[in-house]
Every structure is written in structure tokens, then in C-alpha cells.
Ligand binder design. Sequence first.
Ligand code: 5AD
Length: 321
Amino acid sequence: MNFASLTKEDLAGLLALEDFTPVYEQADQIRREAKGNQVHIRAILEFSNHCKRGCLYCGLNRRNQNVSRYRMKPEEILLTARSAYKAGYQTLVLQSGEDPYFKTDLLAELVKEIASWGMAVTVSCGEIRPAYGPLKKAGASRYLLKHETADALLYNRLHPEGSLADRIICLKELKALGFETGSGFMVGLPGQTLETLAEDLLLLKKLNCDMAGIGPFIPHPATPLKEAVPGSPELTKRCVALARILLPHCHLPATTALGVMDGREKETVFSCGANVVMRKVTPEPYKSLYEIYPAHLEPTDIPKDRALLEEQILALGRIPI
Ligand code: 5AD
């Protein structure tokens, strides 16, 4: 099969394969050739869980009254970022809900300070288009904004505010500004089909994404989708593998945090073509309050968590950086 020109039908067919092993092998080989054996470790700091949006799948949606909302103080954000830097993290992802409190100037100041230490700063704060230019100027090098689903109707159903078209405009603008741009999508959203996932993969390609976060949908009990069926980890890994084949140079995070996986999963988490892992550095009490989807999280110990992760990556024969 010619992997460079896979069509929607090809991709949907591949996702449905009984035995996906040859595709995983192909993805792993492409990863080795394009990205080598390095695994990039990214720190993620979730500095505010306020959000003005009402996305149906997300635990932080504005209608959820059961969540205590927090905003970290700028000093606290910088102190946490500094600890992450000292522990060896070279990249910090600053993530929040769409929180109008953090105006462009404040975000830009934070970015400028952190970037001045030599840390690469990624911003992940949603559709805040007027801020993109100033953030780039302040020294942010990457921006993460998942397209979530490439099916415009499904997108509308899940996002009472916004549209797929607006999302794509933002992503194109980020690219045009020179950001390393990350998109991505959820696997297993209610109403999604293998054809939708094929469209998701083709959209990553069309946008020429530098990064793509592909994760399983996990129902949150405080959302309208609480009764929905969770996304399949296997199907998620298949999507990551196909993303690697379509975009050999793309940064692809491993979908599940290494820490929460059992032995067997741990061994195979990077074998689908992934080359990045994200680690939360958000301190308690905030970490537990940033509940996009339910997860059992241990309190953060920045240096210890980093050291353990490095050990785990080395044990897989890969090089943590
Ligand atoms: N399950 C899985 N992923 C989710 N996200 C939000 N809610 C959920 C959920 N219930 C993802 C979205 C968003 C990112 C920050 O978290 O893809 O872009």
C-alpha cells in the first residue's frame, strides 16, 4: 500500500483491520527513521480551570457547578515553572480553560519570563485569537489547539459555542504566525464513526500539524455525556499509528500517562509511533481540580516524577530528553 496517499476509505479500512500489527510495525519504523529513539518529555502546568465554554464532554465546562474553580497567581505559576525547569524539563505547556481573566498582557509576561530562562513555552489556552501574535512575540514557540472532531455536525453538537470553521481559522493563523502548531482529536466520541476518524487524520495532514494529541474520550460524570461509552485505547493507538504514517515528522504524544499503566501497556505505549510524553507539574490542590475527565492522580513531586519517568523511558530502550 502507498502510505503517502492514503484516502479516507483506505484509512477507515485500516482502522477496521482484524490484525493491525503490520501497520504498527510500519509506524514504528517511520518513527525511528524520522524521529530517532528520543522521547520528548513535556511538563504541563494547568494554571486555571475557569472556562467560558460549555463543551459537552469536558468536566470543566462552565455549567458544571460541582467544580471549585481556581486561578494560580502569576508568582505561583512562575515558581512551579522554575521547579520544572530545575528538574530538567526543557518545555513547559501552559494550559487553562478559556479564561478571560488571563488577558493577553498577563499571559505574554508569563511567557516572556519563562522563555528567558531558555525553556520552550507551549501555550494551550483555546481560541484566544487576538492573543496569538503577542504570545508569539513574547517568545512562545508552540501552541496546542485540538480540532476535537473533523465532523462539522458532531462538532456543533458537542460545542454550543464555536464551530469547526472557527477552529480551523485559528489553527491556520497559528501556523501563519510561525508557531509549531498542535492539533488533535478524541477517539470514541458518541456519534463518531471510523470514517470520522479517517477525516480527523486527513485534517491533521491538511493542516500540516507539527504536533497531534490523540486521546480516548472518557465520559465525565458531571457532563451531559456521562452515560456515553468510553473510547477504546486500542482504536486510539491505531489512530496514533496512522498519524505517524501520514505525518512522519509530527510530534505525537503517547496517549496514556506512563504512570497509570500496567506492565504490558507500558511496554507498548510508544510502539505505535509516539515520541512525546506529557507530565503534569500542576501542584495540589489545583491538580485534582483540573478534571477534564476522571482520573486517579497522585500529588505532584516535580523532581521525583521526572526522575521516575526518565527511568521508565530508559527501561524501554528509548532516550528521554
Ligand atoms: N475525555 C477525553 N478528552 C477530553 N478532553 C476534554 N474532555 C475530555 C474527555 N471527557 C480533551 C480535549 C481537549 C483537551 C484539553 O482535553 O481534547 O482539547
